[in-house]
Design a protein around this ligand. Structure first.
Ligand SMILES: Nc1ncnc2c1ncn2[C@@H]1O[C@H](COP(=O)(O)OP(=O)(O)OP(=O)(O)O)[C@@H](O)[C@H]1O
Length: 324
């Protein structure tokens, strides 16, 4: 896809497998299956998909919270495997979590929550850190009175602002936003999304937005990758993919949240059944067992991403062939 400049984060062929006990034996579950992704300064790439599609495992693999089985991750051209200690990664890549109630230490006051990442990752004097804490509070529009409070004494929106300020404290290049507004009510959600967009512009941050919500994706993302059972099945600029979804799975996702289509037209796709167990894969397309358009070859050959329209890629030869 045409993007300005060199990528800040580049993921190639990322695969993450878990060995789990199932029906009395040890089996391998492939949660992320050959994902490629690029993030650019000042831009947001979203990853969407149903629960279980592998979005969180992808984020955790990038941060090395789980060890990937294969693939490479480069930050500003430098392989993550070359970082001596895992925590050195967090100087460059930070994460904003879905639920700040569980990701913020309930015993710490906000001042300690914001100071800790700077103590761990930056060599700054206490006076510098205190100045930075004031800057961070102003950036996320919180009052300094909040510094002496603990997370339980904050509203949901205030807690998530603290989570965002903590992520920005070390001046990272890349921020992974894992469902950043899922725990917030509808009115706070919009305010926090606007705040994230402003902070991105001001700091030239690259965001990886993990979400199942196409409204959020449409609001702040520039590009989107749709994941299903560990694979990216469609990717492209957000407006283009939402208006002209190529893959039956993306079409079904949009049908479930019609406002996100933003005036686009596509046939209505009804998938049958549930997302299958990641163990019961056929050698072909990951969607074949649920897809109304599936042909015989879909169960035997795994389709790869091919350009559907300019900058827009989809892994479905059936829709590529059909008149639209
Ligand atoms: N630590 C683990 N051990 C074994 N299996 C796991 C582990 N973490 C995730 N999985 C499995 O990997 C697959 C992908 O899960 P993942 O949580 O990445 O999906 P997701 O798209 O983020 O879902 P959600 O939106 O519910 O968080 C699922 O089948 C899940 O059960």
């Amino acid at each position: 896809m045409t993007e300005p400049g060199k990528p800040l984060l580049s993921v190639t062929g990322l695969r993450t497998e878990f060995t789990v006990r199932s029906r009395g034996s040890r089996r391998t579950l492939r949660a992320v299956d050959g994902v490629d992704l690029e993030l650019h300064a000042g831009r947001t790439s979203a990853v969407v998909g149903e629960s279980g599609s592998g979005k969180s495992t992808l984020a955790r693999s990038i941060l090395r919270l789980v060890e990937p089985t294969a693939g490479t991750v480069l930050v500003d051209g430098r392989p993550l495997s070359a970082f001596r200690r895992r925590r050195d990664i967090y100087k460059d890549i930070q994460m904003v979590f879905q639920d700040p109630r569980s990701s913020l230490d309930p015993r710490q006051r906000v001042r300690e929550i914001l100071d800790e990442p700077m103590r761990l990752h930056l060599r700054r004097s206490p006076a510098d850190r205190a100045r930075r804490i004031r800057e961070l509070l102003a950036a996320v529009e919180l009052d300094e009175a909040i510094l002496e409070r603990r997370p339980a004494a904050l509203s949901g929106g205030q807690r998530q602002r603290v989570g965002i300020a903590r992520a920005l404290a070390v001046e990272p290049k890349v921020v992974i936003l894992d469902e950043p507004t899922a725990s917030l009510d509808a009115s706070t959600r919009g305010v926090v999304l606007d705040l994230l967009a402003r902070l991105q512009r001001e700091n030239d941050l690259a965001y990886l937005l993990i979400s199942h919500d196409l409204h959020t994706v449409r609001r702040i993302a520039h590009t989107v990758a749709v994941m299903y059972l560990g694979r990216v099945i469609e990717t492209g600029p957000v407006a283009e993919v939402l208006r002209h979804p190529a893959h039956p799975y993306t079409q079904a996702l949009i049908d479930a949240a019609p406002v996100a289509a933003h005036g686009g037209h596509h046939r209505t796709i009804r998938l049958t059944g549930e997302i299958p167990s990641p163990f019961d894969r056929n050698p072909g397309c990951v969607l074949a067992s649920r897809c109304p358009l599936a042909e015989a070859s879909c169960t035997t050959r795994q389709p790869s991403l091919a350009e559907f329209r300019p900058d827009h890629f989809a892994a479905c030869p059936v829709t590529h062939r059909q008149p639209r």
